[in-house]
Ligand binder design. Sequence first.
Ligand code: PMT
Length: 402
Amino acid sequence: MAQRRILVAVSGGIAAYKIPELVRMFVRAGHEVRCVLTPAATEFVSPLVLQALTGQPVRARLFDAAEEGAIDHIALADWADLLLVAPATADVLARMASGMANDLVTTVALATRAPLLLAPAMNVNMWRHPATRHNVATLLERGARCVGPGTGLLACGWEGEGRMSEPSEIAAHAELLLGARDLAGKRVLVTAGGTRERIDAVRFLGNRSSGKMGFAVARQAARRGAEVVLVAGPTSLPDLAGVRRIDVESALEMRDAVLAELPRADVVVKAAAVADFRPAQPAAQKIRKEELGEGRGLAIDLVQNPDILAEVCAQKGKRVVVGFAAESHDVIDSARRKLARKGCDLLVANDVSAAQAGFDVDTNTVSFVWPGGEVEALPPLSKDEVASQLLDRVSKLLEDRS
Ligand code: PMT
């Protein structure tokens, strides 16, 4: 079993006494495990025991300078391949459902992009209470998975649902959620963000791409075991764990970086919004309007940028090459034409006229357009989920070609 990074978040219930056993199972399976606890959880399980089992410092406080100095809470959230909340008490479920971040566990849960697995444990009446039902439904709707609770005699003396699932069952669910390492050994080259085409010393032509879509592809590819190189246009997004990032500014710089990395790549995903044109002669200094003359406009001659995707496709070999297209109308027909013109294996067509889709949002509405003309329309999804669905298709293409 390839090593994965599991963040176990323990909240304050009697079932917390089972967590050391669960942690041992993960460690024995070869995973790297870290634990965070709510303050209440420290009453039920010793942080020292979890520290000894994981070989990693255990954190329980959000605002502790020493703990934050060792690994800050956002780094923890980014580090995880899976966040497991076990036991998940009624209180922690309620706080997570309402998006609170008032302790380390809920803060990490809000910040992470890793899959979330919940192992609830509580009194049967608390579990059946409409408030808890609503909170669990909210979390499941957002993509969390739940294991248990089981039924039986509860610590509080009541009988019914509310027992935390056995560690072996939780571990099995975790393995399922950690999913395939189907891209292990593969090199994936991703482009993200928009390019900036220089007009003069201070101005540029650009577009609204934030880089989020391409970063999601890079993140998911790394999670699936790929060696990932991310060629990124200017963006405020932070580096991704396990991803080599090359920052570029213009389309020409992006082209150089992509072509330099191409020989080593098995997969190329071009999510970047590359400028089709650039100023023919950027001015070395700032263009001053006074120097143009009173009331005069400025005409800028544009020349075409090279089409990087088409160049990559021209030397595709056995690689899998995926393009993206942001369209505001006539989405599928235009995407089909683009796919045929550029020659990629799959084109992801974005309907940027749809709400919460395309540029600078966390969600996207896309269709996969295939060379045969088939179209798979996906529902609105987070960009990470789009990336993950895309990589499922890429993985299948690689398998078919091997
Ligand atoms: O970054 P975000 O804010 O998350 O936004 C995501 C996105 C909307 C930018 C992304 O999902 C997307 O759709 N990217 C493609 C943008 C686009 O419209 O590209 P295009 O239709 O101009 O080009 C089609 C394909 O050719 C793209 O894969 C592009 O990277 C590539 N191309 C385009 C021009 C060029 N000179 N070289 C290229 O390689």
